[in-house]
Design a protein around this ligand. Sequence first.
Ligand SMILES: *Cc1c(COP(=O)(O)O)cnc(C)c1O
Length: 442
Amino acid sequence: MPYTEGLSTANLLCINPSCASRFPLGEVIYTCPRCGALLEISAPVGLAAERMKRVWRERRMSNAPEDRSGVWRYRELLPFEDMSRIVTLAEGNTPVLEAPHAARYAGLDALRFKHQGFNPTGSFKDNGMTAGASQALRLGLKRVACVSTGNTSASMAAYASAAGLTPIIFLPHGNISYGKLAQALEYGALTVQVEANFDQILKLVRELAEKTGIYLLNSVNPFRIEGQKTIMVELLDQLDWRVPDWIVLPGGNLGNISAFGKAFRELLALGFIGRLPRFAVIQAEGSAPFCSYFHRRGAFTPVTKPETLATAIRIGDPVSWPKAIQVIDESNGVVEKVSEQEIADAKAVIGQCGIGCEPASAATLAGMRKLVASGMMRKEESVVAVLTGHVLKDPDYIYRYHTDQLATPSGGKISPSFANRPVSVAADLDSIAWLLEDRRIS
Ligand SMILES: *Cc1c(COP(=O)(O)O)cnc(C)c1O
């Protein structure tokens, strides 16, 4: 059965305007074979906005797996038709949380977090991976691979295993993040350590993929971007389609900002919304090539030795920057960078809200604080920040922060402004009562 049934309008489009080649969805390519630029899925057309808003809302009441999923519920915006051949783990459905304490810290009247850490493997990578793994199924490829030590490998391992595919993860040498690696092992990925850096391995794996029919699920994969679009669709659904003034997110490889921008561009064109929000992308100071490019323009200059404790955004040469800059420019957005100290303190504040997140996610709050202080963001504006990963992704960082043992990658001091140290006490009631500042109780 031809899988392109009914998808006559969807195809892979080269984003380079002077090339603009189109390829069928069934072609196994990751970048344009003619000019090497990034590819995207061309936009769907002709949806009745008001009717679709109602249908999507009604699907929340359904028990069908494709309706329970916060990605596939919005399938009219995705380049897939046959819902019997997707792989889903009930991803998405992530909450929008009011955070008045964090709002005060940023200097805003109000602040909401869209928390992608509530996903099945604890990060927004799941929103993309459900689509990427479903594309592997549709192509009939049995093995999938990525080069990553982080959330991508955790997510890919889970979705591939759930789909009955073989997940293969290539790890750069000596760059292991244990919480995330543990997930990959537990979800059954073949995990291969290679004595080379990320870029060298990626080159090898690309060649391997071409020769052996392994499907690559790295962040350039345009189907992952499609899945990640739905984070913004679900957000708007939750906000009753009122567009916030700002959407704030951390930037690493810049796939997420590209996906978010594409979502808004399509929803605007289809008449679901009347305007775009402004996007603010926040990077860590030691890995901020996109921030430099935004402020200086000219040629894009990668950072050769990216450093930050927020490992999910420790990316020196982000592949998706050409898409990302387009989103920033068309939304009148900004790119800001923050220090390790600022990320660490902001993270503790998000924790104090009872919410919590991994370090990369906390760059958002640190960034908003700077943007409000500089006058770029006004306190009464409506802001939604996207928390990208779960608090338990990096417990070691948390323990070190609260016990004043956290240092920057170059060995610099991080002084925890909100340290919450565990305390020891003798095993008798009086000592404990004294500690709790209660009266003597014996
Ligand atoms: C992948 C990831 C990021 C970076 O997203 P990009 O799309 O690469 O910009 C940020 N935070 C977390 C938790 C991630 O897993």
